[in-house]
Design a protein around this ligand. Structure first.
Ligand SMILES: NC(=O)c1ccc[n+]([C@@H]2O[C@H](COP(=O)([O-])OP(=O)(O)OC[C@H]3O[C@@H](n4cnc5c(N)ncnc54)[C@H](O)[C@@H]3O)[C@@H](O)[C@H]2O)c1
Ligand SMILES: O=CCC[C@H](NC(=O)CCC(=O)O)C(=O)O
Length: 490
């Protein structure tokens, strides 16, 4: 029987495109199979969203919020089941997917606050009448999600977009269709009117059909810089379409003088290896002083990293790291490590793929000091950290900034002076002090500069790209001014 996996105009329908499937990367088992949405089905989803758009935008914010809160209640009721689906489809441990569902629930209250604070209505008195700032939804927007947070990150676009009065076509990562399907079912159960949120599943073809469609007013994308750049090029010449791009990073973490070596090692590990290194904010380059204390940090980092538990998402004794998204992703990390080694880097702890048919990769550390100025500026999206030993803080900051990305960066140092110096010079959208550089707060803006984004930060600032401001000067009755302009007589 054909699976109905696309949600168009309030109905679940079977795809008319080609065969797609989802694989549990920890068990190497097919867990979902269907047909992708064809270009005609993408078109139908956009038409449904357009049709639903007037009535949805005409509702009061509180009416929209009631439905969004009902979705939050559905998430709460189904949190264990959804977390299990996420773990199966991504390989992430169940403790971590439980926190992902928690973040989805938390997003609702945060989006409500952000809506009022960032896009609320403001009145200013004028000598005659008043000036009012209001916000309107863009209309029909497309949301593209990545695989690493298949619930939380698309949710971070969808909730504020719907709250602002937009209707949405959601195209999840083709690696995580099941999480998307289960999430959209919860929206359906929450009573969202037909056409307000549509789901089209598929690979690049489906993505292209949606992104290039003339019927969308905006596109909110979270994913790789490669795809984000393609979308940016595709939208060149369309200044009226809002494009919000959240992309990757080649994030630096600098260590200076710290009293507590273990605390520094903990923050490095948490920054580098959480989610098997598959977070956009993960530390990719760690700068450690070429001093005795630096040697001690490296030694301890090797010990602690070597003991990280990597295992099945549903293991009784939960691991810190589960499988990566696919066996292919793990083997790409092995190949990336080999390339660096061939270029002169020194492996301190080897990243391995214990089973070529599965997505597991053990965490790796590689010293790239000798090739730091010549190695490619690449985001290696997995559990491998490049260590750079430095003697000069200014040079280290310069190297840290020597990237076309600019998502997250951090400093581990017990000195306030170091922090002030670092903060003034480092270039990134997220800059932390003595905290891991992963685990960003949804109550703050989230985004990067350079190839990491296009200055339309998400999380708390997602409200900004979900609505456009309208300025009005108003007076209740047409009235002659008390004083006419010079040279004018009535
Ligand atoms: N800055 C952030 O907020 C953030 C968050 C999570 C992940 N990321 C980044 O995302 C990447 C990992 O996620 P990914 O591999 O799923 O990203 P990806 O770019 O491969 O895919 C993202 C989405 O775009 C779609 N897509 C791919 N090619 C397309 C095309 N040519 N036209 C239209 N759509 C297309 C995909 O199907 C998916 O829905 C990493 O680079 C990571 O740093 C960034
Ligand atoms: O992989 C990219 C996201 C990483 C994650 N960031 C957030 O959760 C941002 C907050 C939000 O979107 O609400 C992290 O920093 O760990």
């Amino acid at each position: 029987m054909m699976q109905s996996t696309h949600f168009i105009n309030g109905e679940w329908v079977a795809g008319q495109g080609h065969d797609i499937r989802s694989i549990d990367p920890a068990k190497n088992a097919v867990i979902w199979e269907a047909k992708s949405a064809s270009a005609d089905q993408v078109d139908a989803a956009i038409k449904a969203a357009r049709q639903a758009s007037v009535q949805w935008a005409a509702k009061t914010v509180d009416e929209r919020l009631d439905i969004i809160k009902a979705f939050g209640a559905q998430l709460e009721q189904n949190k264990d089941a959804l977390a299990k689906v996420m773990a199966r489809e991504t390989g992430k441990p169940e403790w971590e997917t439980a926190t992902e569902v928690g973040a989805m629930i938390g997003k609702i209250g945060i989006s409500e606050r952000a809506y009022h604070e960032r896009t609320g209505t403001v009145e200013n008195p004028m000598p005659v009448g008043k000036a009012i700032i209001r916000h309107k939804p863009h209309g029909v927007v497309a949301v593209f999600g990545p695989y690493n947070f298949p619930g939380h990150l698309p949710n971070g676009h969808i909730v504020p977009a719907l709250l602002a009065g937009n209707t949405v076509i959601f195209k999840p990562s083709d690696l995580t269709p099941m999480v998307a399907q289960e999430t959209v079912k919860l929206w359906e159960q929450a009573g969202l009117p037909a056409g307000v949120l549509n789901l089209v599943q598929g690979e690049v073809e489906t993505g292209k059909a949606l992104a290039s469609h003339a019927g969308i007013d905006g596109l909110f994308f979270t994913g790789s810089s490669r795809t984000g750049k393609l979308l940016h090029e595709q939208h060149a010449g369309n200044p009226g379409k809002i494009l919000a791009l959240e992309m990757g990073g080649n994030n630096p973490l600098l260590v200076r003088e710290v009293e507590d070596t273990d605390a520094a090692v903990h923050d490095i590990v948490q920054s580098a290896f959480i989610t098997s290194g598959q977070r956009c904010t993960c530390a990719r380059r760690v700068f450690i002083p070429a001093t005795e204390q630096g040697d001690a940090i490296v030694k301890r980092l090797i010990e602690v990293t070597g003991k990280i538990k990597v295992d099945d998402y549903d293991a009784q004794d939960q691991p810190f790291m589960g499988a990566m998204i696919s066996a292919q992703a793990a083997s790409q990390m092995v190949a990336a490590q080999q390339q660096l080694e061939d270029s002169g880097a020194k492996v301190l702890l080897r990243l391995t793929q214990p089973d070529e048919a599965k997505g597991f990769a053990t965490p790796g550390l590689i010293d790239v000091t000798e090739i730091a100025d010549t190695m490619p500026d690449e985001e290696h999206f997995g559990p491998m950290v490049k260590i750079i030993r430095y003697s000069d803080f200014d040079k280290a900051i310069e190297q840290a900034n020597n990237t076309s990305f600019g998502l997250s960066a951090g400093l581990l140092s017990d000195s306030q002076q170091d922090w002030d110096y670092f903060f003034a010079r480092i270039r990134a959208g997220i800059v932390n002090w003595n905290r891991p550089i992963t685990g960003a707060s949804s109550a703050a803006p989230f985004g990067g500069i350079g190839e990491s984004g296009n200055h339309r930060a998400s999380a708390y600032y997602a409200a900004d790209y979900c609505a456009y401001p309208v300025a009005s000067v108003e007076l209740e009755k047409v009235t002659l001014p008390g004083k006419l302009s010079p040279g004018l007589s009535m």
